[in-house]
Design a protein around this ligand. Structure first.
Ligand code: GRF
Length: 206
């Protein structure tokens, strides 16, 4: 058991609504944890503004100041280690993590993706769902592995795809579920109730 507060590091590149859902869950006391640091590769990410409002350390790490992807990742690793984070949450982080980063934090990185994986990985999953004619889509919280959008699945939530939906309508319906299942998955992680067994995540006392 960890005797100090459970520490979460969040990586985000954009709007930060999932990050906000995590912060709100912490502040409500639903998550017995603290957000120790927010890192972004985008200087103007709204996620950084949101974090600052809650007095969380927010850092823009500028990819242009590093000679290559590996050295950028090294700096991210250094900052997360410095904060002794127990879990890293990707929340709209739009860079692919390198092998060293993933190996360093093996089994401690979660991501949220706005589709029912393994359907519609990669970019524009809501558009992919509409184009496919699927009647149902949703979101997935999964552990992060080297292959993008492919790690063991922790939680999923489904939503209907309506005939009248455009990308905005479907994205909004999915996003509401993201804000519910991401904090829920984090809670399961910090309560030590998740075990990765092959491709499956076993949830204790589910
Ligand atoms: C979300 O749809 C998330 O599933 C995906 O990127 C989007 C980020 O949105 N990975 P936000 O920045 O959390 O508002």
């Amino acid at each position: 058991m960890i005797s100090r507060p459970f520490k979460i590091g969040i990586l985000a590149s954009g709007r930060g609504s999932n990050l906000q859902a995590i912060i709100d869950s912490v502040e409500r006391g639903d998550l017995d944890a603290e957000v120790a640091v927010i890192l972004s590769n985008k200087e103007n990410a709204q996620a950084l503004e949101r974090g600052k409002k809650h007095n969380i350390e927010c850092v823009f790490v500028d990819p242009k100041t590093y000679p290559d992807k590996e050295s950028f990742d090294c700096e991210m690793i250094r900052r997360l280690r410095e904060k002794q984070v127990d879990l890293i949450c990707l929340a709209g982080y739009m860079r692919i993590l390198g092998a060293e980063f993933i190996a360093t934090f093996q089994g401690k990185i979660l991501n949220i993706h706005p589709s029912l994986l393994p359907a519609f990985p990669g970019l524009s999953p809501q558009q992919q769902a509409l184009d496919s004619g699927a009647k149902t889509s949703g979101c997935t919280v999964h552990f992060v592995e080297l292959a993008v959008d492919a790690g063991p699945i922790v939680l999923q939530s489904s939503v209907p795809v309506r005939d009248s939906d455009g990308v905005d309508e479907l994205s909004q319906r999915i996003l509401e579920q993201e804000h519910i299942i991401y904090p829920r998955a984090i809670k399961l992680f910090l309560e030590n109730r998740l075990t990765i067994s092959g491709r499956r995540v076993l949830i204790k006392d589910d």
